[in-house]
Design a protein around this ligand. Sequence first.
Ligand SMILES: [Zn+2]
Ligand SMILES: [Zn+2]
Length: 252
Amino acid sequence: MRITVLGKSPAWQDAGGACSGYLVEAGGRCLLLDCGNGVFAKLRAARDFTDVHAVVISHLHADHFFDLVPYAYALAYSHQARAAGARPLLYAPPGARETFRRVTSAWDAEELIEQSFELREYDPAQELALDPLTLCFHEVPHFIRTHAVQVRADGASFTYGADCGPNTEIVAFARDTDLLMLEATLEQPEEQPPRGHLTPAEAGEHAQLAGARRLVLTHVSSDHDAAWIRAEAERTFGAPVELASEGAVYEL
Ligand SMILES: [Zn+2]
Ligand SMILES: [Zn+2]
């Protein structure tokens, strides 16, 4: 399994960067995990976008799905997509169809996304088989309904925590995973509850409790001090920690 970071920014992208988007590939299957603002351009730079088999969305915050809009236009109108007859599967959380309609109805394009993609609202309790990839979901605490996603292939597992505040769910869900990708959005915990994001030290602690073999931090702004972030997470994880960067590739 190969994971490529297309975008790793939090809700506002870095200069020249993109919000959340990760390619996961194995055995000729290409999956895009989250599609935040800026991701579609990064996808085009990395691959032929008509080769993406499925897109999976962790939650319906703008920085995790907004580039479905240009992606849908490309599928509808580009020569490339029309020639390929591309219509990727789009697995999105329950209620996504209504959210997409509300967003795109602002300019009277209510069915834009469902016409370009084969939209399916996933049941988080069910596994998804995209041979040779198997996906499962687990709800994690965030400001709206949000799902961590685990992808397994060839005996390896990759666990993506999506956006989440401190929780025990991700620790159990990511148990002994080969690579855990956790957000480390905050320099300081939120002052007022509810918690919806992690600090680097909290991410390291969660990964240590899960027994993750490798920890990659993401959803981090370039405004923050990368050396400090890694040091904080390594202190609690007890092993070297990587910070996601656009174009980084992880092989499992
Ligand atoms: Zn986010
Ligand atoms: Zn979010």
